[in-house]
Design a binder for this molecule. Structure first.
Ligand code: ADP
Ligand code: MG
Length: 677
């Protein structure tokens, strides 16, 4: 028997079972060994029957009085009495008539199951029964509960697992030796075996610690390496000029919030260093992150260096170009702004590139494609990345390839990262938070709209539009389709054209040609359109202060972070704004939608999102098929402490990653972390 043997080489695995396994991605014995339990139920303690209490129980005794009754064609009930010399208990099995023949009255058994009230009597329902003389697999031990499917049950997996358990010994260790020698962590092989067959709860905890260590160590090692990398690199120090900052602030049409001042100050301090800045500005939608970014840009431009500003979409790049032009003009820097997008004609692109290269201290705004556009980045001093949900590692690599130095990095996002993550695996990233919003803002009033309340919603929408305000209708799909339940842009556009013929309406989605998108957005911005029916293309950054109402169709089809981003498109002025979640039927709204109605703070929502969706969804790219690691373990002081120690030892011993092939793969993938997908 070896790890690469096919699963159907095991006794009792035929076509049916191997198909069920294949659906779970299990085709070899190795796959089976790495199929980890979701949880464990402790049935290891044998209770004397006179002490039995409702709940999971294990007992040791004999079974008598077995009889089977056929209640209906598809229901057979087998009952028996178990006694252990202290008392007796009734056992009940549904549709397991074979029990009657299998159980012998003169043998000792382990019996495990739930002792509970059923049909007015306490009994153990569907207990597992195994001979005391055999090694217990399904009873009287800590039972692993595996992810199941209709044709694949934990009982089957447990039985097969006992066959392959010895193979764990052949699983190779991939951590440096000091991990088991000095830190006394369980070996990888033992941890796997323990997870499938825990000898005690204490050992099980040790095994879980080891597997969580497997997950966290590469992340923290990657973090440390990237920190060392950054410290080796040189960036261009940007001198802080108080006069320039003052005149920028003086020419703003508003007063900066205290948070904005504090964050800008942090950025200026970073940029004065010859080490590259790596800072993430987190702030709720509408907290005024753009001005902060532009103030950073201005300082570098004034020294004659290039600044690149990357937005997630062309639409946003154009919008940023418009707002930023207004901020630069009063300083006489308007001419230095260059917009460079993929959809431009070749001639226009060339013009833009020339302008970027020949204007000292230019600010180039575009999308991701900026870095491959052919602009000369040798004098790039600052790279600003807006709403990418990414830490800019790839961009840094790209720039390093093209320029002889590394620019300062500034990322801005409305989707905060959980604190525990920031403290452990992302400590090379400095965080700035904009917690307060410009004070003229009012909280957006959010409510759920059941079908019976639709007319009231429509009346409200009419009122807002009549008052000269604008509104968004957001839908999850573009095209009509049987699975889209009428929640598509096509159907809703038709519907609203009929419902509100007196208002001008436009549609916007990501599959329209970019020029068309820009034209529609322009019409909405200028007020020519009253109502915009759109998909989530408007999710990030779109800024139309006169829009005061948003109706979101199919809200249950969006994640919390996304809903929050969408809601941020309204409430962008002093006027009261509204957000309605329009439900298709009268069913009970999802808990997360109820929370969304209650919570308006993005920081609180991000923590809730983490709790409700689980780290798997947020950490998507990081999971390498091993269970066990989840963000809550980042709060585990013992684990985090051990990993820190391990990272220190790695460098103290001057170990080299090239000698640890698998570990170095894990480190590499950790360096490309994505969060909140
Ligand atoms: P976000 O953080 O969502 O990117 P923006 O930077 O787009 O927010 O700012 C939202 C709006 O608030 C913009 O119209 C901007 O001009 C305005 N704004 C920014 N800072 C202030 C402030 N201190 N006082 C008043 N309005 C502000
Ligand atoms: Mg923004």
């Amino acid at each position: 028997m070896k790890l690469t043997d096919p699963i159907d080489s095991l006794p009792g695995v035929g076509v049916k079972l191997s198909t069920a396994f294949a659906l779970k991605g299990i085709t070899t014995l190795q796959d089976l060994l790495f199929y980890l339990p979701r949880r464990h139920d402790d049935y290891s303690h044998i209770t004397p029957l006179y002490k039995i209490r409702p709940g999971p129980v294990s007992l040791q005794g004999r079974i008598n009085n077995l009889k089977t009754r056929r209640i209906r064609r598809n229901l057979a009930i087998t009952e028996g009495i178990a006694t252990d010399g202290t008392d007796s208990v009734k056992l009940v099995w549904f549709n397991q008539p074979y029990r009657q023949g299998a159980i012998k009255s003169d043998q000792d058994y382990f019996i495990s199951g739930q002792y509970k009230l059923s049909n007015h009597h306490y009994s153990i329902i569907n207990p597992s029964v195994e001979l005391v003389s055999d090694l217990p697999v399904q009873s009287a031990r800590i039972l692993p509960i595996y992810p199941e499917s209709k044709s694949l049950k934990s009982t089957q997996i447990r039985r097969l697992m006992t066959n392959v358990l010895t193979l764990t010994a052949t699983v190779k260790e991939f951590m440096p030796e000091y991990v088991s020698d000095e830190l006394n962590l369980m070996s990888y092989a033992d941890a796997l075996a323990t997870l499938h067959y825990p000898p005690s709860m204490a050992k099980l905890e040790e095994a879980k610690l080891r597997l969580n260590f497997n997950e966290l160590f590469p992340l923290m090692l990657a973090n440390e390496l990237s920190m060392q990398d950054m410290n080796r690199l040189n960036a261009t120090p940007i001198a802080f000029k108080v006069q320039l900052a003052k005149s920028f602030v003086d020419k703003l049409p508003f007063r900066l919030t205290d948070d904005q001042r504090r964050v800008i100050w942090q950025i200026y301090q970073d940029m004065e260093s010859d080490k590259p800045m790596n800072r993430l500005v987190e702030g709720d939608v509408g907290s005024g992150k753009t001005v902060v970014a532009v103030m950073a840009a201005v300082m570098a431009m004034d020294e004659g260096y290039k600044v690149a500003f990357m937005a997630p979409t062309e639409l946003l790049a154009k919008q940023h170009a418009n707002t930023i032009a207004k901020l630069l003009k009063p300083l006489g820097l308007g001419e230095r702004l260059v917009l460079l997008t993929g959809s431009m004609t070749k001639a226009k692109k060339k013009l833009a590139i020339d302008q970027a290269n020949h204007t000292p201290g230019s600010l180039i705004i575009g999308t991701h494609s900026l870095l491959s556009s052919g602009v000369d980045w040798h004098d790039l001093a600052l790279l600003i990345i807006d709403e990418q949900h990414r830490f800019g590692v790839d961009q840094r690599m790209e720039i390093q390839k093209q320029a002889s130095h590394v620019p300062h990095f500034l990322s801005i996002t409305a989707t905060p990262i959980p604190r525990s993550l920031a403290l452990t695996v992302l400590s090379d990233l400095k965080l700035s938070q904009l917690k307060t919003k410009p004070d003229r803002r009012q909280e957006i009033i959010t409510s759920l709209v059941a079908p019976s309340g639709f007319d009231r919603f429509l009346a409200k929408l009419k009122d807002e539009l009549t008052a000269g305000h604008q509104a968004y209708i957001v839908c999850p799909y573009i095209k009509a389709n049987d699975n889209h339940d009428g929640l598509d842009l096509e159907s809703l556009a038709q519907r609203y054209a009929k419902l509100l013929p007196q208002f001008d309406q436009g549609v916007l989605h990501g599959q329209m040609p970019p020029e068309e998108q820009t034209a529609v957005m322009q019409d909405f911005l200028s007020g020519k359109l009253n109502l915009l029916i759109a998909t989530t293309v408007i999710e990030v950054g779109v800024d139309v202060p006169n829009a005061t109402l948003m109706g979101i169709y199919g809200p249950e089809r969006f994640g919390l972070a996304q809903l929050h981003q969408l809601r941020g498109r309204v409430g962008r002025s002093h006027v009261q704004s509204f957000c309605y979640l329009i439900q298709a039927d009268d069913s009970e709204p999802l808990p997360r939608l109820r929370e969304f109605v209650r919570l308006t703070d993005g920081f609180a929502l991000s923590e809730l999102d983490l709790k409700l969706r689980g780290p798997g969804a947020i950490y998507g790219k990081l999971q390498h098929g091993q269970a066990g690691f989840n963000l809550t373990t980042l709060d585990d002081a013992r684990l985090v402490g051990l990993v820190k120690q391990a990272v220190d030892l790695f460098f103290k011993r001057r170990l080299n990653l090239v000698n640890y092939k698998y570990l170095s793969q894990l480190v590499k993938s950790a360096q490309h972390i994505t969060y909140l997908n």
